[in-house]
Write a protein that binds this ligand. Structure first.
Ligand code: FUB
Length: 517
């Protein structure tokens, strides 16, 4: 592509930036996530159509396994002419935070978006951390400009960020997750925000100068972060990561996880009306999406923890179709069905927990935990609260239980349970391994499992209990809380229940008939 940079801007470019125009690597993707082998994690996707190709700008998660932090130093790109073909070109690095913005720190190259300006140049809105600022929160939004998605990108506003806690109007929010729309008439609108705070403002056509005062959006329920502004058939849509949580929430049962919800408006600065959920929670706690129309089909790009070695801080971009319901006005997005690349056939296992429906004595359980963690088959070195079932409330009862119910009777003779705690055994506060616990099965009432080999309580390792076979629909683990005056909470990361013979696992069958008989 022809470089449209002015002579002065070209002269200002570091030689390396010109010499190192990034090379693309062909990728054949068999489905989601697009980059699945764990060599590169890709996060916070922002799709854009440029010159007849679909491009996805993404951040790069580089956190080591079990480090619960966003380690994100650079941005990368994926490009395809046809998402169904599986043929992508991957550009592993197109910019790093502190090389692109001289005023920024390394790392913290957060969720950015590329849009085409009215002048046909490309603008990248990128949250980074200011290196030198008295602000309480130094996250801020810079703007870079280029003539090709692969760069070279240069700072379009070298004086510093266009949004920070100091500008355009002092604010106390964390200034990340920008999304920009260049409207059909050339007007430019920027939204951004996180932790429940969503701001919007018009920009001058120079793409960097704020115009007027920002608006605060308060009508999108559960707004957490990751706004995405777009327009379809004259209607403005705002997608966002929402975390309105609860056992009956249409968004998410656990507050750390998020759905992608959306609202609509008839003008770009609102008012916004909530319209529903377009993506249920994914396997990473954060959810972040962008949507785009490409060759007549709308797509939702989002991230998950599904790549090899993936996790909440090792996320990977996925792409699925959006279907519209145009029978109503404004048109709604149907809930997206996430797809996966073909998975290897499951291996036979004695663990039949996945076929059970879990329940607990403390339902509705505190919103930071997620009961589905019990039998999701995932064990982490540094779990977050929703990777656990837990009972901590600050005023804990002396006893709690968890239970599995199978649709049909099963024969079992063992259990493996992994406790989690942030306090040692014997504590009366926080979460500690239980003082003691036991297993019971249902047979015309709760009965202790026969000949139990022992009930270990040490956390973060599987505690195996063998017992004589029983046939039942329900198995219960009852915990006496650790105490010292008051009682500690109890938490379990995974609970396996073992059948005498290994079989190919079957997913949960629903609850079967009520009760355990
Ligand atoms: O990737 C860092 C942060 O995680 C983003 O800014 C949020 O939207 C969430 O995806």
């Amino acid at each position: 592509m022809k470089h449209l940079l002015s002579g002065a801007a070209l002269a200002a470019l570091p030689f390396a930036a010109l010499a190192d125009t990034p090379k693309g690597e062909p990728i054949h993707s068999t489905g989601n996530p697009i980059l699945a082998d764990g060599r590169y994690y890709s996060t916070d996707p922002a799709p854009v159509v440029i010159d007849g190709k679909l491009w996805i700008l993404a951040g790069r998660d580089a956190a080591p396994p079990d480090v619960n932090d966003f380690v994100m130093g650079e941005w990368q790109l994926l490009e395809t002419a046809d998402p169904a073909s599986g043929k992508w070109t991957h550009y592993p690095t197109i910019a790093t935070s502190n090389q692109l913005f001289k005023w920024a720190e390394p790392n913290r190259a957060y969720a950015a978006q590329i849009v085409k300006g009215a002048d046909k140049r490309l603008y990248m809105y990128a949250p980074v951390m200011e290196a030198d600022s008295p602000a309480k929160d130094r996250f801020s939004i810079g703007v870079a400009v280029a003539d090709s998605p692969t760069g070279p990108w240069v700072d379009a506003h070298p004086a510093g960020p266009i949004v920070s806690q100091r500008t355009p109007v002092p604010n106390e929010i964390q200034n990340i997750d920008p999304t920009v729309l260049v409207d059909d008439d050339g007007r430019v609108f920027l939204y951004w925000g996180t932790f429940g705070q969503l701001r919007g403002i018009e920009l001058e056509r120079d793409m960097v100068t704020p115009k007027g005062k920002p608006v605060s959006v308060t009508t999108l329920p559960g707004f957490f972060e990751a706004p995405w502004l777009m327009k379809r058939k004259g209607v403005y849509y705002m997608l966002y990561a929402g975390n309105r949580a609860g056992p009956t929430s249409e968004c998410t049962p656990a507050v750390y996880y998020a759905c992608i919800a959306y609202g609509t408006a008839t003008s770009p600065l609102g008012p916004w009306t909530y319209r529903g959920v377009v993506l249920k929670p994914v396997s990473s706690t954060t959810s972040h999406s962008g949507a785009v129309e490409f060759k007549g089909q709308w797509y939702l790009a989002y991230h998950t923890a599904d790549a090899a070695g993936g996790g909440h801080f090792r996320r990977s971009v996925a792409l699925d179709r959006i279907e519209w319901d145009d029978s109503v006005s404004p048109a709604r997005m149907r809930v997206v069905t996430p797809t996966r690349s073909p998975q290897p056939a499951p291996k036979p296992t004695r663990n039949i927990a996945a076929a059970a429906v879990p329940s607990a004595s403390n339902e509705p359980i505190p919103l930071q935990y997620w009961i589905r963690a019990l039998n999701d088959g995932k064990v982490r070195g540094a779990p977050l609260p929703p990777d656990l079932w837990g009972s901590w409330t600050g005023n804990n009862p002396p006893q709690q239980w968890i239970e599995y119910r199978w649709a049909k009777p099963v024969t079992v003779n063992g259990s493996r349970i992994m406790f989690w705690g942030d306090q040692p055994a014997g504590s009366g506060v926080g979460v500690a391994p239980p003082a003691r616990w036991r297993l019971e099965y249902w047979h015309k009432g709760w009965k202790p499992v026969p000949k139990a080999s022992g009930y270990g309580t040490a956390p973060n390792v599987f505690q195996e209990t063998r017992f004589a076979p029983v046939t039942t629909r329900c198995l219960r683990a009852t915990f006496d809380a650790s105490h010292a005056g008051s009682y500690a909470g109890v938490a379990v990361q995974e609970w396996e229940v073992l059948a005498p013979v290994a079989r190919v696992p079957v997913p949960a069958q629903g609850g079967g008939k009520a009760g355990c008989d």
